[in-house]
Design a protein around this ligand. Structure first.
Ligand code: NAD
Ligand code: USQ
Length: 393
C-alpha cells in the first residue's frame, strides 16, 4: 500500500515508517521538525543521539535498498499539504504529527494556544485534503486514552450505549481530558467524526496509552536509525523517565500518591497496532475507535517495578512522592476496554523485567548524555495567582 506517515521524524512516527517500509509498503514521511525546535526551546535533547531525517532515510536505503520519501513542511500550511496528498495519493495516512506533551501545553497561554492551533488546524487541513483529493484513503489517527479521563465507570472503545428516559442510543463516550493537549485530541475526534459523517471519509482513532521502550527490530539495524528517547520533565513520559532516573541514581519522580492508573504499551506494539489498523480499514463514512494499550498500571506500581529491575544491575533506587504538578485524581477507579485490536490479531509484548532491563541497557549506554537538571517537573497545572485551586481533585 501507499502509506503517508505524518510526524514521521518523531519518537513513534520514525520507527513506524521503518516497520511499514520493511513490510514492503511504499512509505513517505512528512514532518516540519517542530519537535526538534521544541528541544531547543526547552534546552533538552533526546537521550539517544538521532540523525537528521535526510540521513536516516539515506541510511535506510543504503541498508535495505528501500526508499522512504520525505516531505518537509507544516500540516497547518495548506498550500504545502494539499499537493502532497494530491500527488502522493496515499491509501492510508498515519497521523502522528501533533504537539503531544501535556506539560508543554500547560506552560502558559501561548503554549496552550499553539498546541490547539497546531493540532486542531493540522488535522482539519488533513480532512479537507483527503476529502478533496483522496476520499477513499483510510485515516489512522493517533488519539489518546487521556481523552476519556478517569471516570468512575468502565471505559469503552470510543462509544457507549446509553438508555436515557426510556430511549437508547450509541454515542461518543464522554470526554474528560486532563490537559490542554489532551483536549486537542478530543477536538480532533469531534472533527474527524463530523468529516466521516458528512463527506464519507474513513478513519480509525487509535486512543493510545503511554508508550514505553526505545528499540524496534528496524531501529536496531544501525545506530543511525535510532529513534528519539525523551526523559525531561516536559516531553519524557512516566516509565521512560523512571528508567533514566534509576540508571543515573536519582530518586524516581512519582507525582503525588502515585495511584494514577493509565494504559501502557511497548513501542513495538504501537507499530503492530498501526499496521493492524491499516490492513483492516474502517468502512467509508465511519470513525472507528480502538483503545490502544496492552496493560494498566498505576504510577507507584511502575516505580516499584523499575526499582526491582534496577536491583538486578546492582542499582539502589529511591522513590520520591513529589507534590503533584498536575491537577488529576491520584486514587481512582480505572477499567478500560482494549479487545478490538486483540480481536484483530495483536500479540502484545507485556511489560516484564526483560523489557525493563533491555531499555536500561540502552540508557546505560548513553548515561553520559543524561542532563539531571532536566528531570524535575517545572510546569504546574495551577495558576499560581489563584490560591483556591485544589492540589488534588
Ligand atoms: P513526537 O513529538 O516524538 O513526534 C511528533 C512528530 O510530529 C514530531 O517529529 C514533530 O516534528 C511532528 N509535528 C508536530 N506538529 C507538526 C506539524 N504541524 N506539521 C508537521 N509535523 C509536525 O511524538 P510521539 O511520541 O512520536 O507521538 C506521536 C503521536 O502519538 C502524537 O500524536 C501523540 O499524541 C500520540 N501518542 C503518543 C504517546 C506516547 O507515549 N509517546 C502516547 C499516546 C499517543
Ligand atoms: N507521572 C509521574 N511522574 C513522572 C511523570 C508522570 O507520576 O515523572 C504521572 C503523571 O502525573 C500522570 C501519569 O504519570 O498521572 C502519566 O504521565 P505521562 O507524562 O507519562 O503521560 P501523559 O502526560 O498522559 O502523556 C503521554 C504522552 C501523550 C499521550 C498520553 C497517553 O506524552 O502524548 O497522549 O501519554 S495517556 O496517558 O493515555 O493519555
Amino acid at each position: 500500500m501507499r502509506i503517508l506517515v505524518l510526524g514521521g521524524d518523531g519518537y513513534l512516527g520514525w520507527p513506524t515508517a521503518l516497520h511499514l517500509s520493511q513490510r514492503g509498503h511504499e512509505v513517505a514521511v512528512l514532518d516540519n521538525f517542530s519537535r526538534r525546535l521544541w528541544d531547543h526551546e526547552l534546552g533538552a535533547e533526546s537521550l539517544t543521539p538521532i540523525e537528521t531525517l535526510q540521513q536516516r532515510v539515506a541510511v535506510w536505503r543504503q541498508i535495505t535498498g528501500k526508499i522512504i520519501t520525505p516531505f518537509i513542511g507544516d500540516l497547518c500550511d495548506y498550500t504545502f499539504l494539499e499537493p502532497v496528498i494530491r500527488d502522493f495519493q496515499p491509501e492510508a495516512v498515519v497521523h502522528f504529527g501533533e504537539q503531544r506533551s501535556a506539560p508543554y501545553s500547560m506552560i502558559d497561554r501561548q503554549h496552550a494556544v499553539f498546541t490547539h492551533v497546531n493540532n486542531v488546524v493540522g488535522t482539519l487541513n488533513l480532512l479537507y485534503a483527503l476529502a478533496d483529493h483522496a476520499p477513499d484513503c483510510h485515516l489512522v489517527k493517533l488519539g489518546t486514552m487521556g481523552e476519556y479521563g478517569t471516570p468512575n465507570i468502565d471505559i469503552e472503545e470510543g462509544y457507549i450505549t446509553i438508555t436515557h428516559k426510556g430511549r437508547t442510543d450509541t454515542l461518543p463516550y464522554p470526554k474528560q481530558p486532563g490537559s490542554w493537549y489532551h483536549a486537542t485530541k478530543v477536538h480532533d475526534s469531534t472533527n474527524i467524526l463530523f468529516a466521516c459523517r458528512i463527506w464519507g471519509l474513513r478513519a480509525t482513532d487509535l486512543n493510545q496509552g503511554v508508550v514505553y521502550g526505545v528499540e524496534t527490530p528496524e531501529t536496531t539495524m544501525d545506530p543511525r536509525l535510532a529513534t528519539r528517547f525523551d526523559y525531561d520533565g516536559v516531553f519524557g513520559t512516566a516509565l521512560n523517565r523512571f528508567l533514566v532516573q534509576a540508571v543515573v541514581g536519582l530518586p524516581l519522580t512519582v507525582y503525588g500518591k502515585g495511584g494514577q492508573t493509565r494504559g501502557f504499551l511497548d513501542i513495538r506494539d504501537t507499530l503492530a497496532c498501526v499496521e493492524i489498523a491499516i490492513l483492516n480499514p474502517a468502512p467509508r463514512g465511519e470513525l472507528r475507535v480502538f483503545n490502544q494499550f496492552t496493560e494498566q498500571f498505576n504510577v507507584a506500581g511502575l516505580a516499584e517495578a523499575v526499582r526491582e529491575a534496577a536491583q538486578e544491575f546492582g542499582l539502589d533506587v529511591a522513590i520520591h512522592h513529589l507534590p503533584n504538578p498536575r491537577v488529576e485524581k491520584e486514587e481512582h477507579y480505572y477499567n478500560a476496554a482494549n479487545t478490538r485490536l486483540l480481536d484483530l490479531g495483536l500479540k502484545p509484548h507485556y511489560l516484564s523485567e526483560t523489557l525493563l532491563e533491555s531499555v536500561m541497557r540502552v540508557v546505560m549506554h548513553h548515561r553520559d548524555r543524561v542532563r539531571p537538571e532536566l528531570i524535575m517537573p517545572a510546569v504546574n497545572w495551577r495558576r499560581t495567582h489563584n490560591p483556591v485551586l485544589p492540589t488534588e481533585e
